[in-house]
Design a protein around this ligand. Structure first.
Ligand SMILES: [Zn+2]
Length: 184
């Protein structure tokens, strides 16, 4: 099973790379049913200028279109980063069976980090969770993205300033810090 999970997580990571090419936080997702990918999605929040354009929301929309049903029973969703409150809510609402997660998101994740919306006993649907599938690789993708963003930002700052800051790499940038708290 783990091998299969890794295969689909790699497909989700390929989606995350599409986000990265658009300068978006690299988060990707695929939805699998009966061993086949039926929908893919990646983060397009800035590109679409839309709060709800997270990887999971985009994939859920496509999966519903493909199946002709809002119910995604029998489906597994693979996400490179632990889903946020909105996406976790949509995963429960769409009745997806299982959620496989790459990296956890301690600041914003709602599949066990900040809270666990996927497994609230009072709701009529709970989602099985598998964590840490290619977690390091998924986390590394995000770290690389934010490192490049910091470097680019410090280069821009240096170009503007007469003298570069003493150690721009270590200066927390509020914009970047808030992006860091981003969830898929
Ligand atoms: Zn989300």
């Amino acid at each position: 099973m783990l091998r299969v999970d890794e295969r689909f997580m790699r497909a989700a990571m390929a989606q995350a790379q599409k986000a990265r090419l658009l300068d978006e936080v690299p988060i990707g997702c695929v939805i699998v049913r009966e061993g086949k990918i039926i929908a893919r999605g990646y983060n397009r929040r800035n590109t679409d200028r839309n709060t709800i354009s997270h990887a999971e929301m985009n994939a859920i929309r496509k999966a519903s279109r493909k199946l002709g049903d809002w119910r995604l029973e029998g489906c597994t969703i693979y996400v490179t980063l632990e889903p946020c409150q909105m996406c976790s809510g949509a995963i429960v609402q769409s009745r997806i069976d299982r959620c496989v997660i790459g990296a956890m998101n301690p600041k914003a994740g709602c599949a066990g980090s900040v809270m666990n919306l996927l497994q609230i006993a009072q709701f009529n649907h709970q989602v099985e969770i598998t964590k840490g599938v290619l977690g390091e690789a998924c986390g590394q993708m995000l770290s690389d993205f934010f490192r490049d963003l910091r470097r680019r930002k410090s280069r821009e700052d240096s170009a503007l300033a007469e003298e570069p800051a003493a150690d721009p790499e270590n200066e927390p940038d509020p914009e970047i810090e808030s992006a860091n708290a981003f969830c898929s």
